[in-house]
Write a protein that binds this ligand. Structure first.
Ligand code: ADP
Ligand code: 5GP
Length: 205
C-alpha cells in the first residue's frame, strides 16, 4: 500500500456547445483540490478567451514539434485543429496528490484510458439535439459552417458515451454541476484511492 496518495484524473467530454466549460468552471470554483489542465490548441482564440487560462494557443509548427518531443499526454485533431494535453503539468499535480480535470474529446479520452493512469470518465449530454443547436447558436462564437460541422460531429461523439463511467445530462445547469461534483466526491472515497486516509492505519492490515 503506497504511503503517499497520488492524485486522480477526471476526464470530461461532451460535444461542443453542451455546456461542459460552463459546468467545469463552476465545479473548479468550489473544489480547491481540483486542478484544470489547460490544453494546447492550434485553433484561434474566441473573443473573451485568455491565452494560458482557456488554452495555450500554439502555431501548427510548435504543436507538431511538441508531438515529436513527446510533450503531450494525449493529442487529437478535433474539428480540423490540433488539441493536446501538456503532460508535464498534469503529472506534477498528480504527484503532489492533487486531482486533475481534463476537458478533452472522445479520441483523447480513449488515449488516456489506454495509459496506466487511473481516470474517471464523465460524458455530458445535451437534453436534446435541438437544445444543443440552440446553445451553439446562442453562444455566437462560431460561423454557420462551423456550427453545422460541430452538430454533425456531435452525433458521432454521442455514440461513444456508453463506455464512459458516468453520463450526465446538462438540462438544468445547477443539477449538472452538482452531479459532476458528486462523481468527483464519490471517486475520492473509492476504496482504491483511499490510501491517504488509510495510511495511519497501515499496521492494522
Ligand atoms: P462547451 O464548453 O460544451 O462547448 P459552453 O460551456 O461554451 O459549451 O456552453 C455553450 C452555451 O450554452 C453557452 O452559451 C452557455 O452559457 C450555455 N449553457 C450551458 N449550460 C446550459 C444549460 N444547462 N442551459 C442552457 N444554456 C446552457
Ligand atoms: P473548443 O474548440 O470548443 O474549445 O473544443 C473543441 C473540442 O476539443 C472539445 O470537444 C474539447 O473537449 C476538445 N479538446 C479541448 N482540449 C483538448 C485536448 O487537450 N485534447 C483533446 N483530445 N481534445 C481537447
Amino acid at each position: 500500500m503506497p504511503s503517499v496518495a497520488s492524485g486522480h484524473l477526471f476526464i470530461v467530454s461532451a460535444p461542443s456547445g453542451v455546456g461542459k466549460s460552463t459546468i467545469v468552471r463552476a465545479v473548479l470554483a468550489r473544489d480547491p483540490r481540483l486542478r484544470f489542465s489547460v490544453s494546447c490548441t492550434t485553433r484561434a482564440p474566441r473573443p473573451g478567451e485568455t491565452p494560458g487560462v482557456d488554452y495555450h494557443f500554439l502555431s501548427q509548427d510548435d504543436f507538431e514539434s511538441g508531438i515529436r518531443e513527446g510533450r503531450f499526454l494525449e493529442w487529437a485533431i478535433v474539428y480540423g485543429n490540433y488539441y493536446g494535453t501538456d503532460r508535464r503539468k498534469v503529472e506534477a499535480w498528480l504527484d503532489e496528490g492533487l486531482d486533475v480535470l481534463l476537458e478533452i474529446d472522445v479520441q483523447g479520452a480513449r488515449k488516456v484510458r489506454a495509459t496506466d493512469l487511473a481516470a474517471t470518465t464523465l460524458f455530458i449530454l445535451p437534453p436534446s439535439m435541438d437544445a444543443l443547436e440552440m446553445r451553439l447558436r446562442r453562444r455566437g462564437t462560431e460561423t454557420e459552417d462551423v456550427i453545422r460541422r460541430r452538430l454533425e460531429a456531435a452525433c458521432e461523439e454521442i455514440r461513444e458515451a456508453p463506455w464512459y463511467d458516468y453520463v450526465i445530462v446538462n438540462d438544468v445547469l445547477e443539477d449538472a454541476v452538482a452531479d459532476v461534483a458528486a462523481v468527483i466526491r464519490a471517486a475520492r472515497c473509492a476504496r482504491g484511492r483511499a490510501h491517504g486516509a488509510l495510511a495511519p492505519f497501515v499496521p492494522f492490515f
